[in-house]
Design a protein. Structure first.
Length: 313
């Protein structure tokens, strides 16, 4: 991690812990989160560890959204269709109770076997999937339900029909819908976070990544094909653009890293779900004291600041 970034985190942590007026206020969660970030970032991943994260993010036994729903939510009710054209199985959405509060949950869903993978398009949504997501976002906003999004997709569906149905516009409208919400929003990358297909569900107040997930604008294979005209250079590409959780945290793309059981989430899905639940609940607890207007303002400032840099004259 760059020393400047580490100093920035330490400075923020020092301010939170030293202000006497904040005693008794709800800042303990933020302090713990910053401490965990520092502990994880100090051990900089090697190129081999980066590629290992790519492999674990894609592991065929890794828990998917519906697997986590069983552990996280009570009284789950899935909602189907975009009220216009179709029900896209690549995205699941519905309502349930998390830690006593009603929440709306949206997530990508990959398939376990060949038949289900084809049905769910390997977790790559058509525009209809994002229309369904927007519909549930609007329900959350209307009724004051916090929104939880679980991101796990190689990207939006790249087919001709998806483009004809307005893929780019659907992704943009999904981001705009999340930006306008006046309820707490938490997104977590639980596997692959690929390009616009991922960010369509990740414009949240708190963006998390599981320890062995990846989040990037392009796949390592796609990057290698463009830069070296050889997809076999995928490990070299991953080492160059660093899609792993630790580096995304360092870049400020995400706000926190959710630990996984040793060996990856697939080795103990129940424990992985417990750790994810803890992180999501802590995030919602931190956000619920803020007004809707303040949430929206902070969210927009956060994403508008990404990638901004200044050049000293």
């Amino acid at each position: 991690m760059a020393r400047e970034d580490e100093h920035r985190l330490r400075e923020r942590l020092g301010k939170l812990t030293s202000l006497p007026l904040l005693r008794g206020a709800r800042v303990s969660g933020e302090i713990k989160r910053l401490q965990r970030q520092l502990e994880r970032i100090e051990a900089r991943p090697s190129d081999e560890k980066i590629w290992r994260s790519v492999e674990l993010a894609r592991h065929q036994d890794r828990p998917y959204t519906l697997d986590y729903v069983q552990f996280l939510l009570e009284d789950w009710v899935e909602l189907h269709g975009d009220r216009g054209r179709a029900d896209d199985a690549a995205i699941v959405a519905g309502l349930g109770r998390l830690d006593g509060r009603t929440v709306a949950l949206i997530g990508h869903q990959k398939g376990r076997d060949a038949r289900e993978r084809v049905q769910r398009q390997f977790g790559m949504a058509y525009p209809e999937g994002y229309h369904k997501a927007i519909r549930v976002m609007e329900i959350a906003g209307r009724h004051g339900f916090p929104l939880v999004c679980l991101v796990d997709t190689p990207g939006a569906y790249p087919g001709v029909v998806a483009e004809q149905h307005g893929q780019g516009g659907a992704i943009a409208r999904s981001q705009a819908a999340m930006a306008r919400l006046e309820v707490p929003t938490v997104a977590c990358v639980i596997g692959e976070g690929g390009s616009g297909g991922a960010v369509a569900l990740a414009l949240a107040d708190r963006v998390l990544m599981q320890e062995h997930s990846i989040y990037s604008v392009i796949s390592p294979e796609g990057c290698a094909a463009i830069l070296w005209r050889d997809g076999a250079e995928k490990q070299k590409a991953a080492a160059a653009f660093k899609p792993d959780a630790a580096h995304c945290l360092e870049l400020g793309v995400v706000d926190g890293v959710v630990p996984e059981p040793p060996g990856g989430a697939h080795t103990d899905p129940g424990e992985a779900a417990r750790l994810l639940r803890e992180a999501v609940v802590d995030s919602l607890d931190d956000l619920e004291a803020l007004s809707g207007e303040e949430l929206r303002r902070r969210r927009r400032e956060k994403f508008r600041a990404m990638g901004v840099y200044a050049v000293n004259a």
